[in-house]
Ligand binder design. Structure first.
Ligand SMILES: [Zn+2]
Length: 274
């Protein structure tokens, strides 16, 4: 539902007397397989695809009602959310959009996992993954300011390995997973093809990352680089950013060039578009 300018995205549990949870970093709950929000013991799970769709199409303010703790997985991508919102229509609000402009770099490492954000003039997300066969190494980069989200990232579906299925089900996860909403991978290939993109896997990681960074509550002006990261590292970056106000400023001026003297992006973390 529509919301006044400045609201951000607020989830509303209609099955719990309309209890509301804001889609912001301070409400991030345990994060492993999917991103969850929690407030006063009330949980909302798997928020990343919807929030990614909202950022991708430039939707800032909305009330999202749901009657369960988990968002529907739909086809495993952000496409159905994008289509439904655009069908309903977007309205330009009078208040200027507020951005979070990165002023200083921040890098988070954990073993061979890496995520960082650097000052830049627009919002770009670059991701590299390195999974076992049949995925292997893939890199993809999206410039969100160029309106490419709908075409290049929104349709990319989530994926899972057949050999991990039972272990995840034993943990109570992916109970709703079917071949209609997840790309199923065996050791030899894709079980339920065809893929929507040859590199659909890394494109979905870009989708997830955009959705997790939406928990900053504002669009970023900066360049995000991730290598083999996941929801836990995505949200760790959100938490680190929100904690350190010297890393960014709030601005409504998207044109003003950042001070890129601080940007020293290591060259080995510049994945090229696949
Ligand atoms: Zn996902």
């Amino acid at each position: 539902m529509p919301a006044p300018a400045g609201t951000g995205v607020v989830f509303r549990r209609v099955d719990l007397d309309g209890f509301e949870i804001e889609a912001v970093g301070r409400n991030v709950a345990r994060v492993s397989y999917a991103t969850s929000l929690q407030k006063k013991g009330v949980l909302i799970s798997t928020t990343e695809h919807l929030l990614s769709a909202f950022i991708g199409i430039g939707l800032d303010n909305a009330i999202v009602e749901l009657d369960n703790l988990e968002l529907p997985i739909l086809d495993g991508s952000a496409q159905p959310f994008v289509d439904l919102v655009l069908q309903a229509g977007l309205k330009r609000q009078r208040k200027k959009r507020s951005y979070l402009r990165i002023l200083r770099e921040i890098e988070v490492r954990e073993g061979n996992k890496f995520i960082a954000v650097y000052p830049a003039s627009g919002y770009t997300v670059a991701y590299t993954i390195n999974f076992a066969a049949p995925i292997g190494k893939q890199s993809f980069e999206l410039d969100l300011s160029r309106d490419l989200y709908r075409k290049e990232v929104g349709p990319a579906r989530t994926f899972g390995f057949l050999r991990e299925e039972q272990a995840m089900k034993n943990m109570g996860l992916i109970r709703g997973a079917t071949e209609a909403n997840v790309i199923v991978l065996s050791d030899t290939g894709v079980k339920n093809g065809p893929l929507r993109f040859p590199d659909e896997f890394v494109r979905h990681k870009v989708l997830d990352l955009i959705g997790d960074l939406a928990l900053l509550g504002r669009q970023i002006i900066g360049r995000v680089v991730a290598d083999r990261a996941g929801h836990a590292m995505h949200t760790a970056l959100v938490t680190r950013l929100l904690k350190d106000r010297s890393l960014w400023e709030e601005t409504t001026d998207v044109t003003q060039a950042p001070d890129i003297a601080e940007s020293r992006e290591p060259s080995r973390h510049v994945p090229r578009q696949a």
